[in-house]
Design a protein around this ligand. Structure first.
Ligand code: PLP
Length: 363
């Protein structure tokens, strides 16, 4: 398996935009020079050319294949980031006289709730704000009359991830921006999934949206053409010019995913990588995990130092070892190592070695 780039020597732990497979970057570079033997760059061709339509088709088909989507689901590549889905999902799916439930597990959920409230009745049915979002709420009651239940599967900032799902027949609308394609899903439970590409799929600039058809057609409000999912469904995401290059790179990543065991293969590797890092956090006397143990994210590993005075010098040690992007989000402090699908195990090991070495010097 080709994972570690021979030219890029740094270890990329940034949270987003984030690491992409080396082979994807190589192919993406080629396409900027000469795309599909056209003698033109992918940056300067029509989105209606047969060469690019083939890219869109492959991106749609690969999404379907990777997540095992039936014809009940539509796949879209939109713009505006996951942040636009905070309001678009409610605008399209929350009936004026209906009610939806949101589980508040962090900064992103909080923003999603704020936007949804513009369109109807939003119940915040559970929250982990009381402990700075360091855990995933469980065991809350769900009114079966909710039009949907909004979840954030992975909380990029606090480093928590849902490992079990609430027991309900209410369809989930799920922000999977930072763990899309990282593990198999029980897809039937989802009415909608959305993910900004720049965490675990591709470059910034496109957002993957998956919608089950029965979720649509339930609202009566006027929706501007560009914000109506039906517009983009009817035109296969090419109602207007789609983000050609980001979609191309996502398509390449999905090709890589399929060649590397799909989402089941990713899950095995992601568990292995996360275990290497969490084991060291738990073993090392200088560090402790920031998230509740049972809710730890396999994608964003957050940890802090018992002695915060040592944080700056640990950051320096990371940088010197070529481990970049390890600084924690300001709302959590400490450190965050994002170890998405494309992160090689070898890079995780380098970070662990830095932690061990630091302990032997300062511990
Ligand atoms: C990054 C992130 C977002 C915001 O994505 P944008 O594409 O920048 O709008 C939303 N939700 C989650 C879980 C994220 O990690």
């Amino acid at each position: 398996m080709e994972l570690v780039s021979k030219t890029i020597k740094k270890h990329n732990f940034f949270a987003g935009p984030a690491i992409l497979p080396a082979s994807v970057l190589e192919a993406a570079k080629e396409a900027v020079k000469d795309f599909s033997g056209m003698g033109l760059s992918i940056l300067e061709i029509s989105h209606r050319s047969k060469e690019f339509v083939a890219v869109m088709d492959e991106a749609f088909n690969s999404t379907r294949e990777l997540l095992n989507l039936s014809d009940d689901y539509e796949v879209l590549f939109l713009t505006g980031g996951a942040s636009s889905q905070f309001f678009m999902s409610a605008m399209n799916l929350l009936p004026q006289d209906g009610k939806v439930g949101y589980v508040n597990t962090g900064t992103w959920s909080t923003k999603a709730i704020k936007e949804a409230k513009q369109f109807g009745t939003v119940e915040e049915i559970a929250s982990s704000k009381d402990k700075n979002f360091s855990y995933i709420p469980k065991g809350y009651n769900i009114d079966e009359k909710l039009a949907y239940l909004h979840l954030t599967s992975n909380n990029t900032i606090s480093g928590t991830q849902m490992h079990e799902w609430p027991d309900t027949k209410v369809p989930f609308v799920c922000d999977m921006s930072s763990d899309i394609f990282s593990r198999p899903l029980d897809i039937d439970r989802y009415g909608m999934i959305y993910a900004g590409a720049q965490k675990n799929l591709g470059p910034a600039g496109t957002t993957l949206v998956i919608i089950r058809k029965d979720m649509l057609g339930k609202v009566k409000r006027q929706i501007p053409t560009m914000l109506d999912y039906n517009t983009h469904i009817s035109k296969a995401s090419s109602f207007n010019t789609p983000p050609v290059y980001p979609i191309y790179v996502c398509m390449l990543t999905m090709r890589w995913l399929k060649a590397n065991g799909g989402v089941a293969g990713m899950e095995v590797k992601n568990k292995e990588k996360a275990a290497i890092l969490y084991n060291e956090i738990d073993r090392n006397s200088l560090f402790k995990g920031a998230a509740a143990t049972e809710d730890r994210s396999l994608m964003n590993v957050t940890f802090v130092m018992n002695n915060t005075d040592l944080e700056d010098s640990f950051m320096t040690a990371c940088t010197e070892a070529g481990c970049l992007g390890v600084k924690g989000h300001r709302s959590v402090g400490g450190f965050r190592a994002s170890i998405y699908n494309a992160m090689p195990k070898e890079s995780v090991q380098v970070l662990v070695d830095v932690m061990k070495d630091f302990e032997s010097k300062k511990g």
